[in-house]
Ligand binder design. Structure first.
Ligand code: NAP
Ligand code: GLV
Length: 311
């Protein structure tokens, strides 16, 4: 039996992942393509953003393990074999990286550091009133692995934090709300909205004109989840009308963000190249190995995706 790694890796990614995975899975035959398996059955696939069709025809699969936390692209591929358990990446190191990115964005917005960077480019000396963390209410959309880590870090920082999820949950220091009925109130309370929802049919386009209109004038959006959560034209309109102050965006409907995209030069948009929380092979390889071993031993698999919910 072989374990297929189906990934859109650059050479540098392979240089990090191959030694980490071969060390974590010393008894497995790892292959980088179906051809390399040379007829040996592939029963486990480790996938990282593979092209559509990469798992087509693999009839012996018993586990699909994503090296990414979000599985929206996999679930959108109709050729991914149905009925095979699909596990996603859950790694505390990744949650910590996401919390760092969110803290950076919130701190930058709180203290106007993004605006000071723009002032520097214009050679303008323009001090602004200084805000405390406790002056800010931040809504964190999604209270899963990433959302909870972010919410906790922002509570430590001193912000008032509101969490939003499908099902009610409790997070120390966080005012939590659940369900669609709470959505308008959550947005209305937030000077900063940090998006950490999974991309599903229910959440696609959820950050649209109606949502921006609910947010108070001068509020900002930090999108660290998926580009398709945001209706781009609505966001640009809300920024250009001065209703929203700034958008800090790590993710986009089209990635890499095309060179001609207006976000690149928009004065109140900050662009990151989808790096809010990269999977780190140094810790993630052990997460993969634990699930591969569970699969081989017939033990319960961890971090399974509910294909109906879409996350
Ligand atoms: P997760 O653990 O599955 O958590 C998802 C959260 O969203 C849960 O709290 C869930 O509510 C909530 N949710 C889902 N659908 C909802 C809806 N319709 N209304 C309200 N709440 C809803 O996911 P995660 O590990 O935190 O990751 C979240 C997303 O972050 C990923 O799917 C991925 O897209 C993105 N991500 C981005 C990067 C990056 O570098 N930019 C890195 C990693 C992940 P319940 O708790 O009630 O189910
Ligand atoms: C990155 O965006 C991930 O989903 O892991």
């Amino acid at each position: 039996m072989s374990v297929l790694i189906a990934a859109d890796f650059e050479d540098a990614d392979w240089d990090a992942w191959w030694p980490a995975l071969t060390a974590a899975l010393p008894h497995e035959r790892l292959v980088r393509s179906i051809a390399e398996a040379a007829g040996d059955a592939i029963d486990i696939a480790l996938v990282a953003n593979p092209p559509a069709g990469a798992l087509q025809g693999l009839n012996s699969l018993r586990l699909i393990q994503s090296l990414w936390a979000g599985v929206d692209k996999l679930l959108a591929d109709p050729t991914v074999p149905p009925g095979v358990p699909l596990a996603r990446m859950v790694d505390p190191a990744m949650n910590a990286a996401m919390a760092e990115t969110a803290l950076w964005a919130v701190l930058g917005l709180q203290r106007d550091f993004f605006d000071y960077a723009a002032s520097q480019r214009a050679a303008q000396w323009k001090p602004m009133p200084q805000r405390r963390a406790s002056d800010l209410t931040v809504a964190v959309l999604g209270q899963g692995q990433m959302g909870r880590a972010v919410a906790r870090r922002l509570v430590q920082h001193g912000c008032r934090v509101i969490g939003w999820s499908t099902r009610p949950c409790e997070v120390d220091g966080v005012q939590t709300h659940a369900g669609d009925a709470a959505w308008p109130a959550v947005l209305a309370m937030a000077q900063i909205v940090v998006n950490l929802l999974p991309l599903t049919p229910a959440t696609r386009g959820v950050l649209n004109a109606a949502a921006f209109a609910q947010m108070p004038r001068g509020a900002s959006l930090v999108n660290l989840a998926r580009g398709a959560h945001v209706v781009e034209a609505d966001l640009r309109a809300a920024l250009d009308a001065g209703h929203l102050h700034r958008a800090v965006l790590d993710v986009f409907a089209a990635e890499p963000l095309p060179a001609a995209h207006p976000y690149w030069s928009h004065p109140r948009v900050t662009v990151l190249p989808h790096i809010a929380a990269q999977t780190d092979p140094r810790s993630a390889a052990a997460v993969v190995a634990a699930n591969v071993e569970a699969c081989r031993s017939g033990l319960p698999l961890a971090h399974l995706v509910d294909r109906v919910r879409g996350y």
